[in-house]
Structures are given as structure tokens and as C-alpha cells.
Design a protein around this ligand. Structure first.
Ligand code: NDP
Length: 448
């Protein structure tokens, strides 16, 4: 049977676009359907605008540090609408780049919501398309628990488009988005409270890094409250009252919920094609990204495995190579580095101290805590933490963790060494770049 397309991709986010344009580049006849925005969450309401906001919010500290270096700043005023408009222009430019990448590759972009009619038929608007293979790359969507007053809270979908910056904000959650936005709001001058239901935020990251980060954030006067949650949000006039499970009450102007994301699998017709979902709604896939229906594949956040943009693009690349490039490929999920763009920055690669011990390994832990050189004159009370987790028997570096300026930039480099199986002896034999913070990673000599 002749199909309209060899591959029909649903969702033009990072993973879908990568898979579509690479498959088209290998000669496949590809369509990609998108009903919202090109580039998906990362480009429109995620990584990119978030990082731009992080840059914006850093200036407050930079201005404070400047004094010790001889600068006198008589006047600094922040204009939220200018940041928002400039950010929107950059996002529009990136949307255009994504569109051009797709059309240059020969993939056909179809604007509209796609649903499956059966395992080989996709419907967009009134039109049906027959396709040999289908790839679901529809990502995820913010998940807000049912709480009285839910209608008054916003999520990461709305926070990038606020008309005005609130005077006070409450951020709910203890994951990536929550700690990043607590830092952004605070840096932009918003009185910020972050609530987390457990003992300590960023569950799964290195315990010492989590504690260190909490201390640094508190020094910056972010109001961190753990072991509490929202019992209700009540609106009185323009003010929101946030009632807490610990009996306290907060008055605020904005409540941002960052309590995780759910896979975007509703109303796609997945049941018509017989696709099996995991509890929580994610599409179950095998190592070849194949769902329970062999010609239907899924990559990225909709599979809810490692929900990071570079992982989705790696999956898109591997799938295109395997299906149309004659190069059977997979993705190695070991040693994926990641960074939380909170302030100070936290980044990590490989095993945490706790995970290594839980695996039954005998480990040595090397750590360094110091005042960054910039703060000797900058004068802010800020410290940096760096940690290496080393296997005592093999001397291999199992993990590297950092809290401090540019942690993401530094850990990205170390991730290559750790991926390559570097030993602590190799770290020790590496000459540092002086004076940098990163050189500490090659000069830690005493475990403790
Ligand atoms: P996360 O899964 O990182 O964190 C969710 C947080 O919300 C956790 O602290 C969780 O608590 C808490 N939570 C979950 N459900 C509830 C509830 N019902 N009531 C109260 N608290 C709750 O989600 P995010 O929204 O922060 O981010 C989504 C994903 O996006 C991340 O997993 C990450 O993969 C990706 N991301 C990556 C970024 C980066 O690489 N820099 C930046 C932003 C997002 P608990 O720990 O107790 O379960």
C-alpha cells in the first residue's frame, strides 16, 4: 500500500523537530503536525525564556558586586515589559529558525491538532493522512493538584507572559521549575516565598548540595518553607491568601505552581490505535522507542523517562538514524548531566554520594567549599561547593556536583571526562586553569 507519508510526527518540540528533519534528510517523506508553537516547551515556555529571565535577574547581584570593584551606580531600574517584549522577539526568531530548519529539510509542516484514527491514519482538521509510521512527540503539560482556589494560581505556561511583575510571589514545589523561578522572582525584586511539601527541596540531587543551596538561598532572603503545602488559595480583592497545611497564612499577589508535568497523551486518539500507556499516562516504549503498536513510536517527555531537552533531541536523532539512516542507534542514559538554573547555580553529573552508597559501593568523597575570588572584592556572603564521588576500588570518578556560579558550564565539561571513565588520578594529573573556580575540581587531594 502506498502511504501519504513514510513518517508522521505529532508535536514540533525539540524531539519531534529533530526526528522529522533528520528523517527527511535521510530521504523519508515526512510530515510534522503542530497545533501550538514551533519548538515546543523548551523554546516557548521553558528552557530558553527561563534562561533569559535568569540572566535578567542576575543583574541585581552584579550591581551589588560592582561597588567593591570601584563602580558607583546611581540608578538602576527594572522594566518588566521591556524584558518580556525582548524575550518574545527572541522566541519569535527561534520559532522562525525551527520553521526554516523543517522546510529546508523537506519535511512538511502541517498546522493543526493531529489525532490518530487508527495505527496508520492521522486526522488533522478535516484531512486524513495515511502513514507507514507515526511518532508521538507531544511532550508534557504542567500538573496542578486539586486544591481549593486552583483557579487563582498560574503555572510555567503563564509566568512568561505576565502583564506586570508582582510585588510578592509564592512558588509551590521543590523541583527544577520552582527553585529556578524562586531565584528569578527574587532577583527581579519580588518578595519571594517558596513552599515545598518535604524536608528539603530537589529530591534526588546530592543531599549536601541541596542543603548548601537552601542555605545560600536563605542568605539571599528568599523565604524557603519546607514541610508545608497549600491547603487553599483564597482571593480577596487583588490579594491572594495562601493557607498552609502548617496553619500559617501568606498574603501574596501571585501563586506559581511548579509541581511537575504530566505527559500530553489525552485526546490524541491513542486508544483508537491500541497504544498502551503507563500509570500516569506516559506512552510505554522499548529501547527502540517503539510503543505497544510496532509502527508507532514515542520520544521525549511524553514517555516520561528523562525529561530534558537534550535527551529528547538525542532520542529523535537515534530514531531517525535507526529508521531511515541505516544506522541502528540507541541512547545511553548513563551519566546525563543536568543543571538547575537557580541562584546560585546547581549542576550535577553521575552518581550522588547517597546513590553510590545505596549501590553498595565503597566510595571516597572529595569536597571543597570556598569563597569565590569575585566575592573577595564583591563582598557578598556567597560560598561555592564542589564535590567528587570516587569509587575506592577502581578510582573512577562516579559523580561530580557543584553549587556556585556557572556550575552548569563547568559540569558540562566534566561530564565528558566522567563519560570517558576518568579516574581520580586523571583528575589529579590535569593542570588547572588559574584562577578559576573550576580548577578546584583538579586540586582536591584529601577525601573527607
Ligand atoms: P519536578 O518533577 O522537577 O518537581 C516537581 C516538584 O513538585 C517536586 O518537588 C514534587 O515534590 C512537587 N510536587 C509534585 N506533586 C505535588 C503535589 N501534588 N503537591 C505539592 N508538591 C508536589 O517538576 P518541575 O515542574 O519542576 O519540572 C518538570 C520537568 O521539567 C523536570 O522533571 C525536568 O525534567 C524538566 N525541567 C528541567 C530543567 C532544567 O534542566 N534546568 C528546568 C525546568 C524543568 P516531591 O519531590 O516531594 O515529589
Amino acid at each position: 500500500m502506498a502511504f501519504d507519508f513514510d513518517l508522521f510526527v505529532i508535536g514540533a518540540g525539540s524531539g519531534g523537530v529533530r526526528a522529522a528533519r533528520m528523517s527527511a534528510g535521510f530521504g523519508a517523506r515526512v510530515a510534522i503536525a503542530e497545533d501550538r508553537y514551533l519548538g515546543g516547551t523548551c523554546v516557548n515556555v521553558g528552557c530558553i525564556p527561563k534562561k533569559l529571565f535568569v540572566y535578567a535577574s542576575h543583574f541585581a547581584e552584579d550591581f551589588a558586586d560592582a561597588r567593591g570593584f570601584g563602580w558607583e551606580l546611581s540608578f538602576a531600574e527594572f522594566h518588566w515589559p521591556r524584558l518580556r517584549v525582548n524575550k518574545d522577539k527572541e522566541i519569535a526568531r527561534l520559532n522562525g529558525v525551527y520553521g526554516r530548519l523543517l522546510s529546508d529539510s523537506g519535511a512538511q509542516l502541517i498546522n493543526g491538532r493531529a489525532t490518530l484514527l487508527d495505527a496508520h491514519t492521522v486526522l488533522v482538521g478535516e484531512k486524513r493522512y495515511s502513514c507507514e509510521r507515526i511518532l508521538i512527540a507531544t511532550g508534557g503539560w504542567p500538573n496542578v493538584p486539586t486544591v481549593p482556589g486552583r483557579e487563582y494560581v498560574i503555572t510555567s505556561n503563564e509566568v512568561f507572559h505576565l502583564e506586570s511583575l508582582p510585588r510578592r510571589a509564592v512558588v509551590v514545589g521543590g523541583g527544577y521549575v520552582a527553585v529556578e523561578f524562586a531565584g528569578i522572582f527574587h532577583g527581579l525584586g519580588v518578595h519571594t516565598t517558596q513552599l515545598y511539601r518535604g524536608d528539603l527541596f530537589l529530591r534526588g540531587f546530592d543531599q549536601e548540595c541541596r542543603e548548601f543551596l537552601a542555605t545560600e538561598m536563605r542568605k539571599r532572603e528568599i523565604d524557603l518553607r519546607f514541610n508545608t503545602d497549600v491547603s487553599a488559595v483564597v482571593k480577596t480583592g487583588d490579594v491572594l491568601q495562601v493557607r498552609l497545611t502548617d496553619g500559617n497564612m501568606l498574603e501574596t499577589d501571585l501563586v506559581l505552581y511548579a509541581t511537575g508535568r504530566a505527559p500530553n497523551t489525552a485526546n490524541l486518539g491513542l486508544e483508537s490505535a491500541g497504544i498502551v500507556l503507563r500509570p500516569g499516562g506516559a506512552i510505554a516504549v522499548n529501547d527502540s522507542f517503539q510503543s505497544s503498536v510496532p509502527n508507532i513510536y514515542a520520544i521525549g517527555d511524553v514517555t516520561d523517562r528523562v525529561n530534558l531537552t537534550p535527551v529528547a533531541t538525542a532520542e529523535g536523532t537515534a530514531l531517525a538514524r535507526s529508521l531511515y539512516g541505516g544506522m541502528p542507534s540507541g541512547v545511553d542514559y548513563e551519566g546525563i548531566p543536568s543543571s538547575v538554573f537557580c541562584q546560585p547555580n546547581l549542576a550535577t553529573v553521575g552518581a550522588t554520594e547517597e546513590a553510590a552508597r545505596a549501590q553498595g559501593r565503597e566510595i571516597l568523597v572529595f569536597r571543597s567549599t570556598f569563597t569565590p575570588l569575585k566575592q573577595t572584592l564583591g563582598g557578598r556572603n556567597e560560598k561555592v561547593l564542589m564535590k567528587l564521588v570516587v569509587d575506592k576500588q577502581t578510582d573512577r570518578v562516579l559523580g561530580a556536583h557543584m553549587v556556585g556560579p556557572d556550575a552548569g558550564e563547568i559540569i558540562q565539561g566534566l561530564a565528558v571526562a566522567i563519560k570517558a571513565g576518568a579516574t581520580k588520578a586523571m583528575f589529579d594529573a590535569t593542570i588547572g586553569i588559574h584562577p578559576t573556580a573550576a580548577e578546584e575540581f583538579v586540586t582536591m587531594r584529601t577525601p573527607g
